[in-house]
Design a protein around this ligand. Structure first.
Ligand code: 4KX
Ligand code: MTE
Ligand code: MTE
Length: 662
């Protein structure tokens, strides 16, 4: 019997319509756990470096990680793994909601799609019955709207449905996969789904998941639950509101947005508006937010309420979560939060990433202002009206959103993201795409002095997105020793006590402050710890908001191995789980290196910080690479790979001339 996992994958060949239920080799669980870990291996084995995102050979994998479906609270993520059309590297947009749990209860850990369907279809998985069904009548429907239509059609109100909107159908590189309460948002998973002609996947399962030692599992869970209750009642002192609790950022609960609105950039990641959160705004924004929220919502088996159902004026209901609460306002430079609730409803139905999309629209606005895009680009056609005048910032954003989602006119050039937009427009437009790493839009942050920890996380992380790597280490030094001592006193989550001294010695200014403190080897250790936890979450299925992403989470390196062991019957300790995720991390990196990624790609945007020290940054990167067991090109050494039982990866990297001299 398999514990925690089902042990089965569904393999669907869309070109032929063939569907198979395939038992997975149990040794994959022992060596890579599940979720992202095992998917990376599948991609390595089956998707050659020459394959592009829209080739039929590209796989699109929906994975329910190892502990999803067990009673572990907040363990509910789906990892969507594929090649990104934007970066040509491996992408793994994650979503919460209920989809992964339903898949497990239907008897599968993963659905692996290959090929392309000749017509638009949706997939219906109901325990042992799996069907490919016609979806032509759903073409153009919204990614949220279609969920209800499919449930009605199937007469299955409890089916979990993930779907693309029109943006995915048009292979927009920023197309997301929406699930009503959750979203696999970034790096174009929705574009690959659209390219494969899959409109939606509905799933309903009523089977059981077995635990190896249920009593032990529950004993550990009880401690977790006690901690969740404690933390919810006792927010962390001395940090900004948004970082004081657990769960993914609680922006639907909190109304104080001073931190984002004043520290993150407006427009095309351009302007920092210190003093924005004034008396008027700090009254108006909360009022708008509270009037828009119908109720707070959770993902499967989670006690937190990170999302909200928005029912705003005449806008149909949709969910909102986290920083997307204000990305369109900030991108369009509109001071009324109501604009965000309206336009992001439309963008969610189109199925578009709420971080990257406003930046693409804002870049088009800038190019118009600069005269690089001309009024001809903003003219109407038989299909659509002309763009409103530039002074109408809201109208312009709505107009651009339609063109962008549907690849109409100028929207076709915008729809590959800012990097490719700049390249395709030329005439100097390239420099307006100033906020990407590895061709992918970053959060709109442009700060003063380079932060060494963030520098490493931004540049080296395979997710290419800071919200998927930052975490347990505080974002800034505490001003007083008293605050530092208070913080370290109650910190059982720490992987090792020596980090406490790093925090005690860390000052906001002076010799022991950023950018030269924490010192490069300390930064390497901190980043390694953060990414280790994120990789554990993405393999086991925990929401990182209850683990790697927040400051003092309920799940951490000391209790996760115990939970995994009790659930699966594996005998896993901290060193064991660390080795496993290091294995998947190195395999993941090797996969991207085989696809052409090099050290030269591991750079933040030039304007990310005002004050840079390029020589020091190179030193930081060298130190981190060596700490990870990589050479100075950022390629894992043979020795490191063999330690992780990845000798076959070293062979391949050598054969291709990527790994030289061991
Ligand atoms: N010595 O850099 P600052 C996230 C100066 S995403 C001398 O502008 P600050 C979510 C500076 O040069 C992750 N001077 O930043 C969550 C600057 O000078 P200036 C976001 C030093 O305001 C939810 C001035 O001080 N975080 O979490 O301090 C949803 C102000 O500095 C100095 C990050 O990316 C020194 N040692 O703080 C979505 C980075 N140090 O006025 C996303 C980490 C600084 O002349 N976090 N100065 O320009 C941070 O840096 C802070 O949390 C932040 C910025 C963002 C508040
Ligand atoms: N885009 C849409 N459509 N909906 C969302 O809820 N969330 C944003 C961003 N883009 C969001 C979105 C947030 S808060 C994060 S952290 C990232 O997507 C998550 O990226 P991923 O789904 O690719 O992992
Ligand atoms: N959990 C895992 N394992 N991996 C992730 O990338 N992203 C977090 C959180 N949980 C993330 C995760 C962030 S930053 C946000 S805002 C929410 O998931 C997004 O929620 P959703 O995927 O349900 O839309």
């Amino acid at each position: 019997m398999r514990y925690a996992e089902t042990g089965y994958d569904l393999e669907i060949d869309l070109s032929t319509g063939n569907i198979e239920r395939v038992e997975r080799d149990p040794s994959l669980t022992e060596t890579l756990l599940g979720g992202l870990g095992i998917c990376v291996k599948t991609m390595w084995d089956r998707v050659p470096p020459e394959t592009k995102a829209f080739d039929p050979e590209n796989l699109l994998i929906f994975s329910a990680p190892l502990l999803v479906g067990t009673p572990a609270m907040s363990c509910n993520r789906t990892a969507v793994v594929t090649l990104s059309p934007q970066t040509n590297l491996l992408a793994y947009p994650m979503m919460g909601g209920f989809w992964a749990a339903e898949l497990k209860y239907a008897g599968y850990d993963r659905v692996i799609f290959r090929g392309k369907s000749p017509r638009l279809v949706y997939i219906w998985i109901h325990n042992d019955k799996v069907e490919i069904r016609d979806a032509e009548h759903l073409r153009g429907k919204g990614a949220v709207e279609v969920r209800e239509l499919i449930r009605e059609e199937l007469k299955e109100p409890n089916a979990a449905v993930c779907a693309i909107g029109a943006a995915g159908e048009h292979r927009n590189f920023l197309a997301s996969i929406e699930q009503g309460r959750s979203s696999s948002s970034r790096l174009g998973g929705g574009a690959v789904m659209g390219d494969k002609n899959i409109k939606a996947i509905a799933v309903r399962g009523t089977k059981d998941i077995n635990l190896a030692d249920g009593a032990k599992f529950w004993a550990h869970m009880k401690d977790v639950i006690d901690y969740i209750n404690y933390r919810n009642a006792n927010p962390i002192p001395d940090v900004m509101t948004i970082l004081s609790g657990i769960g993914s950022p609680q922006e639907m609960v909190h109304t104080d947005e001073k931190w984002h609105t004043e520290n993150f950039m407006w427009g095309n990641a351009r302007t920092r508006r210190r003093g924005f959160w004034d008396e008027k705004i700090s009254v108006e924004w909360p009022k708008t937010q509270l009037s828009a929220i119908k109720r707070l919502i959770s993902c499967f088996n989670c006690p937190q309420h990170c999302g909200a159902l928005i029912s705003f004026r005449d806008v149909p209901r949709f969910k909102q979560k986290c920083f997307t609460k204000m990305t369109y306002c900030m991108g369009a430079y509109v001071d009324d939060l109501a604009f965000n609730f309206s336009i992001s409803q439309k963008a969610t139905e189109y199925g578009l990433d709420g971080f990257g999309t406003p930046q693409c629209l804002a870049m088009a606005v800038e190019l118009r202002e600069a005269g690089i895009l001309t009024e001809e680009d903003f003219a109407g056609t038989d299909e659509y009206p002309p763009c409103p005048p530039a002074e109408d910032k809201e109208g312009t954003f709505y107009w651009l959103l339609d063109r962008f989602a549907l690849r109409q006119g100028i929207g076709d050039i915008m729809a590959d993201g800012t990097y490719w937009m700049g390249k395709r427009i030329g005439k100097g437009a390239e420099v307006y795409a100033h906020n990407t790493i590895k061709k992918h839009e970053q959060l709109p942050l442009k700060l003063g002095t380079i932060d060494p920890i963030y520098y490493l996380m931004y540049t080296t992380n395979e997710k290419i997105s800071i919200t998927q790597i930052e975490g347990n280490w505080p974002q800034g030094a505490f001003p007083t020793m008293e605050q530092r001592e208070r913080f370290i006193k109650d910190w059982p989550q720490l992987p090792d006590d020596h980090f406490k001294q790093y925090l005690l010695d860390w000052e906001p200014r002076g010799e022991n402050s950023i950018p030269y403190y924490p010192k490069p080897h300390m930064c390497s250790e901190i980043v390694d710890w953060m990414e280790m936890l994120h990789n554990i979450d993405d393999a086991t299925g925990f929401c990182c908001g209850m683990s790697s992403f927040c400051l003092k989470p309920p799940y951490h390196i000391h209790n996760i191995p115990k939970l995994v062991s009790a659930a699966t019957g594996m005998d896993l300790d901290e060193a064991g789980i660390k080795k496993i995720v290091n294995r998947s991390r190195n395999l993941h990196r090797a996969f991207n290196l085989m696809r052409g990624m090099t050290r030269a790609d591991e750079v933040p945007p030039e304007d990310h910080w005002k004050r840079r020290d390029h020589e020091y940054e190179e030193k930081l990167l060298d130190t981190y690479y060596l700490y990870k067991g990589w050479n100075l090109d950022g390629v894992p050494t043979r020795e490191r790979l063999e330690e992780l039982d990845l000798g076959y990866v070293a062979d391949e990297l050598e054969k291709r001339g990527i790994l030289k001299n061991g």
